[in-house]
Design a protein around this ligand. Structure first.
Ligand code: ZN
Length: 95
């Protein structure tokens, strides 16, 4: 949704030349123990969420188009690994 308000969440930077390519899969069964702990700004068509739960973490990618959503997820990592990859994604060196 376009908005004139200031964006509060970060945007993903322009992809850098030698970025890490993440593997995106169809979502696993959703568990209510999993919660988003960080996310990118919803003003973009593609929103990324860092999700944590049960000592694991992954990144969810939501592509919004024509009122539909296409959701993909990475595989599971440890919380520490996921935070490193999340930072890389925000800086444009992983996607
Ligand atoms: Zn924004």
């Amino acid at each position: 949704m376009m908005s004139l308000e200031e964006c509060l969440s970060p945007h993903v930077a322009m992809t850098q030349r030698d970025h890490t390519r993440l593997k995106w899969s169809k979502p696993y069964r959703t568990s209510d123990r999993i919660r988003p702990v960080d996310w990118t700004c919803a003003c973009r068509a593609t929103v990324y969420e860092l999700c944590e739960g049960r000592g694991q973490a992954f990144i969810r990618r939501i592509v919004q188009f024509d009122r539909k959503q296409e959701i993909h997820e990475t595989s599971r990592w440890s919380l520490a690994e996921a935070r490193v990859i999340w930072a890389a994604l925000l800086s444009g060196s992983a996607w």
